[in-house]
Design a protein around this ligand. Structure first.
Ligand code: CTP
Ligand code: MG
Length: 182
């Protein structure tokens, strides 16, 4: 397992998952600029008396997340056509793949919040693994089905995503874009 293998694994993994990363991380920036937000659970409670999803999951956030991820996938698709020799080493991105990766990331994130609420955690509570893997796992399943992404890529992403997630949140916090470093 040489350095070139690691580098290619790193590059192809990130290339593939980029739309999902953007879909997951963009809602917070868009929703912070909006006055009126519409929670996906319509502020309703589950049978345990706690919010079904909580106020951190809104239609606006989901919509912007899917749009942002799909735009990123579209830019990747164009870059790939422009730099075909490099692109030949990577998984082929397409507008459609960008869209379904983004959609699955957003749906996974919603499912993650459902689990957090059932576990009694407040909206925004720290849950490092759940927060970084809830969006990733559905996207990886989609990637395996649609482009047959390798097992080693899935393992690699499952390991590095919590690390990247943490680093990005600390960065956003230091830059004053987030109130908490997670
Ligand atoms: N967000 C949104 N709609 C979504 C996803 C995210 O409006 N579908 C916004 C919310 O303002 C949310 C922020 O992005 O607070 C950060 O997202 P996330 O960390 O997923 O939500 P949390 O507030 O941490 O809530 P939870 O505990 O349910 O994960
Ligand atoms: Mg959170």
């Amino acid at each position: 397992m040489g350095a070139d293998y690691i580098l290619l694994l790193f590059a192809s993994s990130l290339w593939l998952i980029l739309p999902a990363y953007f879909a997951n991380s963009s809602p917070v920036y868009f929703t912070s600029k909006l006055k009126k937000l519409h929670p996906i659970d319509f502020n309703r409670k589950f049978i345990d008396g706690r919010p079904i999803l909580g106020r951190g999951k809104t239609f606006e956030g989901a919509f912007f997340g899917i749009i942002t991820g799909t735009v990123v996938g579209t830019i990747q698709t164009l870059l790939q056509e422009r730099f075909a020799s490099i692109a030949a080493l990577l998984y082929p991105m397409s507008v459609k793949l960008g869209f379904i990766l983004s959609l699955s990331a957003i749906l996974g994130d919603i499912a993650g919040s459902f689990i957090k609420r059932r576990a009694g955690m407040e909206r925004g509570a720290k849950s490092p693994l759940l927060d970084s893997l809830d969006f990733l796992i559905p996207s990886l399943i989609v990637a395996r089905v649609f482009v047959g992404v390798g097992f080693e890529v899935c393992i690699f992403l499952l390991v590095i995503t919590p690390v990247i997630h943490r680093a990005m949140n600390v960065l956003a916090y230091r830059l004053g874009m987030k109130d908490v470093p997670w």
